[in-house]
Design a protein. Structure first.
Length: 163
């Protein structure tokens, strides 16, 4: 499932759960506070929660985007940025990168900018026009961070900021 659980492209997307129950947030990409050109927020008020995603999630700011994942409590939460299913696994998602033998996650407080010219409309002089955004993961304590795929946790690329 993509574009869900507090996600936006050119707009605002908010998922706010202020209850104290334990929740499972499981999605694929641009989710759980993942933003392109806008503001995306996932805020959870309490409970021992589990967050799982593959790419550009859990506090991700892409081009012109600001993404927040805010877990307010000190419950023991689990944050998973799926690292890999392996190159030979046909079920792996498209975020797999052979050079790293892993997914490229851009999760858990990551800012990412476009530098491949895909916004330049074919004009090389206009490459790198998509400055990255701001990705923020805030947790009130008690967190378990599982092994994450590369480019995660307070990561920034191409005029971007993650924290
Ligand atoms: Ca919760
Ligand atoms: Ca927490």
């Amino acid at each position: 499932m993509r574009l869900s659980q507090g996600s936006c492209t050119f707009g605002v997307g908010i998922l706010a759960d202020f209850g104290n129950e334990a929740d499972v947030y499981d999605a694929e990409a641009l989710c759980q506070g993942g933003a392109f050109a806008g503001i995306a927020i996932l805020v959870d008020g309490g409970g021992a929660d589990e967050y799982t995603a593959w790419n550009k999630s859990q506090g991700f700011g892409g081009v012109m985007g600001i993404g927040y994942l805010i877990d307010q409590s000190d419950n023991m939460d689990i944050y998973m940025a799926e690292p890999s299913l392996g190159a030979a696994d046909a079920t792996r998602p498209e975020y797999y990168y052979d050079a790293y033998e892993s997914n490229i996650s851009n999760c858990q407080g990551a800012g990412w900018g476009a530098r491949w010219g895909w916004l330049s409309f074919g004009d090389p002089a206009q490459n790198e026009v998509g400055s990255g955004g701001l990705g923020i993961l805030v947790d009130g304590g008690g967190t378990t961070l599982t092994p994450a795929a590369p480019s995660a946790r307070a990561a920034g690329s191409t005029r971007a900021r993650g924290s």
